[in-house]
Design a protein around this ligand. Structure first.
Ligand SMILES: CC(C)(COP(=O)(O)OP(=O)(O)OC[C@H]1O[C@@H](n2cnc3c(N)ncnc32)[C@H](O)[C@@H]1OP(=O)(O)O)[C@@H](O)C(=O)NCCC(=O)NCCS
Length: 173
């Protein structure tokens, strides 16, 4: 990661720059409504990467539960690094910072829906037994990944319960 890059809680000043960042990182997809809904939830962990006060990366972690279980889990995403700053380790550093914060607060497992070739670099493993809020297309089985933070060796199992912002079928298909 570049030495001038710092990672920390998303400051209020980032809120107006976040839509521009997501539009640049995801030109084909409008994730801004989801990101803004999640940012309005005080239980969601939001971390930003800056170079010289300029927002260049952002990630969200949403806390959830598994039906009939006591553990707290979290869902990673979305994650965006500005195209001018990709492939410098900023995405990986945002993930690591989030995982460390979640581990410290007792989150048992983190789930992510994304490219296994990328998230395996941060320790995620494919094909979680956790049941997502909506059925995933069969070809996304490998993309549904898990990482235990509490020392457990096996994937947890059960239906994932998430806040309302994630309860839209199109986010999962
Ligand atoms: C995916 C993304 C967050 C990665 O951030 P980043 O800061 O560029 O990633 P890092 O620097 O930590 O890691 C880069 C490495 O991961 C690889 N990588 C990046 N995206 C990848 C992908 N989708 N699949 C496989 N490898 C990927 C790069 O090739 C690079 O490897 P190298 O260093 O050996 O060349 C960023 O590219 C991005 O915002 N992309 C557009 C939005 C997106 O797809 N978000 C992820 C949603 S699941």
């Amino acid at each position: 990661m570049p030495a001038r890059c710092s990672i920390g809680d998303t400051p209020f000043a980032d809120k107006s720059h976040i839509p521009t960042l997501y539009a640049a990182a995801f030109p084909q997809e409008d994730l801004v409504p989801l990101v803004e809904a999640l940012l309005a939830d005080p239980t969601v962990l939001s971390l930003s990467a800056h170079i010289d006060d300029r927002l260049i990366g952002h990630v969200l972690f949403t806390h959830g539960k598994l039906e009939d279980r006591s553990e707290t889990v979290a869902l990673l995403g979305p994650l965006a690094v500005h195209p001018d700053h990709q492939r410098q380790g900023i995405g990986k550093a945002l993930i690591a910072a989030g995982l460390s914060r979640l581990k410290a607060t007792g989150v048992a497992e983190v789930l992510v829906l994304g490219d296994p070739a990328y998230y395996s670099r941060s320790g995620f493993r494919s094909a979680s037994h956790v049941i997502p809020p909506y059925p995933l297309p069969a070809e996304w089985t490998e993309a549904w990944q898990w990482l235990r933070l509490d020392g457990g060796e096996d994937d947890l199992a059960g239906r994932l319960l998430l806040p309302e912002a994630w309860m839209r079928a199109e986010l999962w298909s």
